[in-house]
Design a protein around this ligand. Structure first.
Ligand code: ADP
Length: 259
């Protein structure tokens, strides 16, 4: 088992609202978990707990069988890759160097990246078919290419699990689907995937499991087909959503009923 999240509750300050209440789930090798929930429900907070940046006041998180509180940040960074939302870069590193910087958790203090690190960076670019970007400044590539470079950086240490925080935000429709396709490929390559998304249909396309976090901090988890039901989604998003079967695609889709 990669992650075992055991009954965690989290709040930012004592006497303030509890953001996560008694949240439990597990992540196995190669599993995809899509986390949905309205704005402010606590999805990013949960990812930050899973990276040990913040600590639940109840419950525990085991990563590869070890209590995350007893692990160093370096050890965690070697096991957990993180892909943030597309961001505005301020410095035009070459894409290759940007990906190489992802090796920081495995490079000894005061050492420069060596041949092994360069090979790992190249291999990450190769596995995403983006070696053609290697010499381009990170500031001069498109949003879709930046997201691919961020994903390459997240796998450069060969972690066990990848956490994606709304990876399709800010991308055009075609690039959103490209990123989902990449995520599916990474899970087939053996990476466990946790992704937060605002789009229930993305969770349905990815398959695997889904978790829905409500405004009160409760989380429901199960297979995407069992969890993503109209009544739960309508309640959580306060909108009339329909789940329709598309036999010719052998899948269901989630769409708004009307405006
Ligand atoms: P989501 O990712 O689901 O939109 P977040 O995890 O960002 O939600 O936020 C959950 C709640 O925690 C929100 O009410 C937000 O205002 C609050 N919150 C987020 N970060 C902090 C922080 N650093 N300090 C205090 N409250 C925070």
């Amino acid at each position: 088992m990669i992650y075992d999240i055991k009954n965690i509750s989290f709040r930012y300050y004592p006497n303030q609202k509890t953001i996560l209440k008694d949240v439990s789930f597990t992540i196995e090798k190669g599993q995809i978990l899509s986390i949905l929930g309205p704005n402010g429900a606590g999805k990013s907070t949960l990812l930050n707990c899973m990276k040990n940046l913040i600590t639940p006041f109840i419950g525990e998180i085991l990563l590869c069988g070890k209590n995350i509180k007893k692990m160093s940040m370096k050890e965690i960074a070697g096991l957990v890759g993180y892909v943030p939302q597309n961001h505005n870069p301020s410095f035009g590193f070459k894409v290759f160097d940007f990906v190489l910087m992802g090796r920081a958790p495995v490079i000894k203090a005061y050492n420069r990246p060596g041949l092994k690190d360069m090979e790992a960076a190249w291999s990450a670019l190769e596995s995403l078919n983006i070696t053609y970007l290697s010499d381009k400044p990170y500031t001069e590539i498109s949003g879709g290419e930046m997201q691919q470079a961020l994903i390459a950086r997240s796998i450069v240490c060969k972690p066990k699990v990848l956490l994606f925080d709304e990876p399709t935000a800010h991308l055009d429709y075609g690039n959103q689907i490209n990123v989902l396709r990449l995520i599916k490929k990474l899970s087939k390559d053996g990476y466990s995937i946790v992704i937060t998304t605002h789009n229930p249909d993305h969770a349905m396309l990815l398959g695997g499991s889904a978790a829905v976090l409500d405004k009160d901090g409760h989380m429901r988890t199960g297979s995407t087909s069992a969890i993503l039901k109209e009544n739960l989604l309508n309640e959580v998003y306060n909108t009339d959503l329909k789940i329709i079967d598309i036999p010719e695609l052998s899948r269901s889709a989630c769409i708004p009923a009307k405006l």
